[in-house]
Design a protein around this ligand. Structure first.
Ligand SMILES: [Cu+2]
Length: 109
């Protein structure tokens, strides 16, 4: 009867850690959106970090997750920012759906 209880408390501790860690050490990363590219085109962040995409060009672009642990997307726009806190590990393949070849990867470690 001890084993299930120990496993359960270990799970509870891990869950607590998972919730607490990002708020303690979360950071942010900015990706510039130019005409027509993401800069940088590849970046690596820690789980819980926030990525901010900043529109710096004149054309309209969007930020769309094509594949990855979580799907999300921004609206199609010409200026401003789009922020997302990434809480799931893995590799996110991101594109702008109106410009073929405009793509980037974010690795969440
Ligand atoms: Cu675009």
């Amino acid at each position: 009867m001890r084993k299930p209880l120990a496993a359960l408390s270990a799970l509870a501790a891990a869950a607590l850690l998972g919730v607490a860690a990002p708020s303690v050490e979360s950071a942010s990363r900015t990706v510039r959106i130019t005409d027509n590219a993401f800069s940088p085109s590849s970046t690596s962040v820690r789980r819980g970090d926030t990525v901010t995409w900043r529109w710096t060009g004149r054309a309209a672009h969007n930020v769309v997750v094509k594949s990855g642990p979580v799907r999300f997307q921004s609206s199609l726009k010409r200026s401003g920012t789009f922020k997302r806190r990434l809480t799931r590990r893995g590799t996110y393949s991101i594109v702008c759906t109106i410009h073929s070849g405009m793509a980037m990867k974010v690795r969440v470690r």
